[in-house]
Design a protein around this ligand. Sequence first.
Ligand code: CA
Length: 626
Amino acid sequence: MKHAKIIFTLVWLVTVFSAKAAEMRIDPAFWWTGMKNSTLQLCVYSNGISNFTPTIHYAGVTILKINKVENANYLFIDLKISESTLPGKFKIIFTSTGNNLSSSYPYELKPRSKQDGITRIQGVTSKDFIYLLMPDRFSNGDTSNDVVVGTTDETIDRRSLKARHGGDIQGVLNHLDYIQSMGVTAVWMTPVTENNQPFESYHGYAITDYYKIDPRHGSNELFVNYVAAAHSKGLKVVQDVVYNHIGNEHWFYKDMPSKDWVHQFDKFTRSTYKDMALFDPHASDSDRNVLSHGWFDKHMPDLNQRNVFLATYLIQNTLWWIEYAGIDGLRIDTWVYPDLEFENNLIKAVLLEFPQLGIYGETWVQGIANQSYFVQNNYVNLPFQSMLPGVTDFQLYYATQDALNTDFGWESGSARWYRMLANDFVYKDPNRNVLFLDNHDLSRFYSVIKEDDSKWKIGITFLLTSRGIPSMYTGTEYLSHNFASLSAIEVRQDFPGGFPKDQINKFVKEGRSVHENEAFNYLSTLANFRKTSSALTTGKLMQYAPFEGEYVYFRYDSNQSVMVVMNPTNKEIKLDLNRYYEQIKSKNVRSGIDIVTGTIAYFDKEELILKPKSVAALVLGMRGKE
Ligand code: CA
């Protein structure tokens, strides 16, 4: 009788464990051989898993260490994957301590992918022109995923800017030709990983599963197809990644590995968002603490990246997506708020495996010193040196707004551009900074310049001919307008024509007004020229101090020279061409052809008249080459 009872218990336990094993989750779900870093840490999540011991029998794979944490539902297994390890499948056997129960989990090491011997990951550089879009608001290419059972935000409602609208990856896939036609070379979608949050989940910045594409956007497989399709059309892919915070419905937040997985306060404490505390020599510890550890929002717990298991989890997740999908660039959200040492380690790990990858961080700060602190810079003896290659250049964004909206003066009008770019000496490489006129958080550029078409052209010309990586938020091409409030929902409107039953379709010429087509054509002519222009993408920049409100600069290399002349003021300005001797006369330049209109400007008169609110980007013809 007693014997039977033991057998019954054993059978019961095996049954229970098998059921639990079916729910076991291992992140990353698979990995690759041939990675430069030969170690891998598996995060195993299953009920009571810390009472089990994992074993692996596969040539080249060794368990270095088994890490237990506060929560018995987790095990972190350190693996060594030797250089000679062959790709293949094996089982991880989990055996219980004491009663010899065991279960197994299938694991795979895949070969690293190559296409025709060349890595498919291309990187994002100043040769690119980035198009930013919010997938929920761009196009609904698959209505069958609009409402997914089991997700918490279960309805779509296009009348509410806070609700999901049904846009998805298929919608972006369907319009890659449109995006490509504008001269764009890279697409940056706001995050598409799972955001299973009860409300306002459309924006994607409250991630609930780092390894899974949100089912309302598609699937992991569809994302991989999207990247391949983009590559086949000459478009690169930027992934928007978030390490500072998660959604409070994240599976690992609901059952945390340890109490220090997120930063905790006695009562809800919001970040001060005051980046100064990080470099201010006079800062207090309490300001530093609340800035970095305060929560981004009530439903966005602040991750503690100093927890080594979490840091490894986030870094491996990043590497996993790049290798799995073939991503070319990373846009790192809220770069200022996570642990900066962790972020440096992340950059190091990414560039070790993918040296060509383009990386830029969002640094929504005020001031050149502030911004340059968070990116590779030329300061010496700083206690902290950021390894971030590039930033979203908010300082140049502010300068552009002022250049177009204030009267010319010592520090205003076009002097803002001149003074700002003169400060480029602080950056290790200012060409890795990302330029923009607006984005998904900011008032639309067209509204900011009071819907002035001439100023719009000046702004677009600056964006596409100044140094750095230009990026444009969707809608700019059809003069989308609106002002952003604190939650910015007003600038996150649907792309007309992207959704079933849309009356207007701005994806096609016929759906845009004459006025909008003029803007569209201006932008795409310039951007398509830029694509193959060595001067505008990788050439040097030489700028001239403005004296009357004009702004003149040259982009040039040994093959090509482009002269950009702007007059944002309301009066005519006469340029004395002798001032630009080193770029014109000394090179025997006689004329320049306007990239957009094709008209020729002759330089034989030593004077160039700039009409009020005018702009021209001129490709300089050289004597003897004409
Ligand atoms: Ca959909």
